[in-house]
Design a binder for this molecule. Structure first.
Ligand SMILES: C[S@@+](CC[C@H](N)C(=O)[O-])C[C@H]1O[C@@H](n2cnc3c(N)ncnc32)[C@H](O)[C@@H]1O
Length: 383
């Protein structure tokens, strides 16, 4: 797509290694999202691509996003200081599974090219400029975020620690065929959510509005903390603890990490079996041992592990498996459950959700129909 010129505030310096084809600079729009503002650290080409998205081209799509879902719904949480965790968000009303809890437009979007192509001092300088260029109240919100350290830091280091502690990895926009680098993105209100290895909420990024929505993964009662998962939940306990300590500096005290030894070993064994079953169920070659009972065992294991944010993966595999042995109505049941549980967790645009909508509608014309009993190899089978 041809790059349209956008009215960015473009601050110097830009950096460009000799071998790179584009410089990397800071681009700010202080009028974005009804004056909240946004800063990008990226190439001029990519900044201009981002400016073609509805978030910029149709400003009304993002005008209300940051006021607790348009101000039409009162917030169902409040921020509190929590022992041993810093700040956190606590539910103040009942929240239903699948319900949107909060949303933020991006504050700071750092192209991974900055990390891959620039020196550390270069990208840290750009990162600090990007925050400094935001409107004052937004800048204060960002600079007030956690650094998981109490020692005072020089400004550039402070911004770097804030970004590292609070940023989210966002996959590149698939419609931008020119760019293959992820973005590292900051959403200041969502960043107040602490980690749990079995979180009760999940985030979904929308490239059209450059915004992140947090949805409830299960029913949440007033008084419960709202949590996200910072890491892959399918790691054994020791690996989860080590990764959280290394990357975010805390000893995880969540219910799953504080199980007594025997219960923790059982949980680790279930996690290992989940990984093994997923591998077998995704195998569509003639030697596959996959069968519907395996898929139902997988669902039970996700349930036992309280993996509310990921159980749709098991429903997806069960729908495919039942369809593959010619049991359309059980396939439709699981496809419907995959969509019901999955869309708030991964969004409608997710490939698996598209496949599940097709199975739910017409299992007989889906690629998986009687796949196992026909004994064909399945080039291109998803999930
Ligand atoms: C993205 S911030 C979350 C909000 C943060 N508590 C605050 O005060 O703004 C990540 C930091 O919060 C703290 N944190 C997050 N989850 C935690 C947990 N389960 N237990 C203890 N500290 C946690 C750690 O200091 C971590 O580096």
């Amino acid at each position: 797509m041809a790059a349209r010129q956008h009215a960015w505030t473009h601050s110097l310096p830009c950096f460009q290694p000799n071998w790179a084809d584009d410089p990397i600079c800071v681009f700010t729009d202080t009028t974005f999202a009804a004056g909240r503002g946004i800063s990008l650290v990226t190439t001029p080409r990519r900044a201009n691509y981002v400016a073609t998205t509805p978030a910029f081209a149709e400003p009304e799509t993002v005008g209300d996003i940051n006021q607790d879902l348009g101000g039409s719904v009162p917030a169902k949480y409040e921020m509190r200081e929590l022992p041993g965790k810093g700040m956190g968000l606590i539910a103040t009303a009942h929240i239903r599974r699948g319900e949107p809890i909060m949303a933020n437009t991006a504050s700071l979007m750092i192209d991974y090219r900055a990390f891959n192509e620039l020196t550390k001092p270069e990208y840290k300088e750009l990162q600090a400029h990007a925050v400094d260029n935001l409107p004052a109240s937004h800048r204060a919100l960002v600079l007030g975020l956690s650094t998981h350290t109490s020692s005072p830091l020089p400004h550039i280091e402070l911004v770097d620690r804030i970004a590292a502690t609070n940023g989210f990895d966002i996959d590149p926009d698939e419609t931008d065929t020119d760019q293959h680098h992820s973005f590292f993105v900051l959403f200041p209100s969502i960043a107040r959510m602490n980690h749990d290895c079995r979180p009760n909420a999940e985030y979904v990024f929308d490239h059209g509005t450059l915004s992140q929505v947090v949805n409830a993964a299960r029913d949440i009662a007033p008084g419960e903390e709202l949590t996200l998962g910072y890491i892959n939940p399918l790691m054994p306990r020791a690996q989860r603890l080590a990764k959280l300590k290394r990357n975010w500096g805390f000893d995880c005290g969540c219910a799953s990490c504080t199980l007594e030894r025997a219960r923790a070993d059982e949980s680790d064994a279930r996690i290992a079996q989940i990984e093994k079953l997923k591998g077998e169920l995704r195998e569509w070659g003639p030697d596959s041992r996959a069968c519907p009972e395996m898929a139902e065992l997988l669902i039970a294991l996700y349930d036992m592990e309280n993996m509310w944010t990921a159980v749709h993966e098991a429903y997806t595999l069960a729908a495919l498996e039942f369809n593959a042995v010619g049991e359309p109505w059980t396939a439709v049941k699981y496809a419907r459950m995959a969509v019901e549980f999955g869309i708030p967790m991964v969004g409608e645009a997710d490939d698996d959700m598209g496949e599940m909508a097709k199975v739910a509608e017409d299992p007989w014309s889906h690629w998986s129909w009687e796949r196992r009993v026909r004994g064909e190899n399945s080039e291109g089978a998803s999930s």
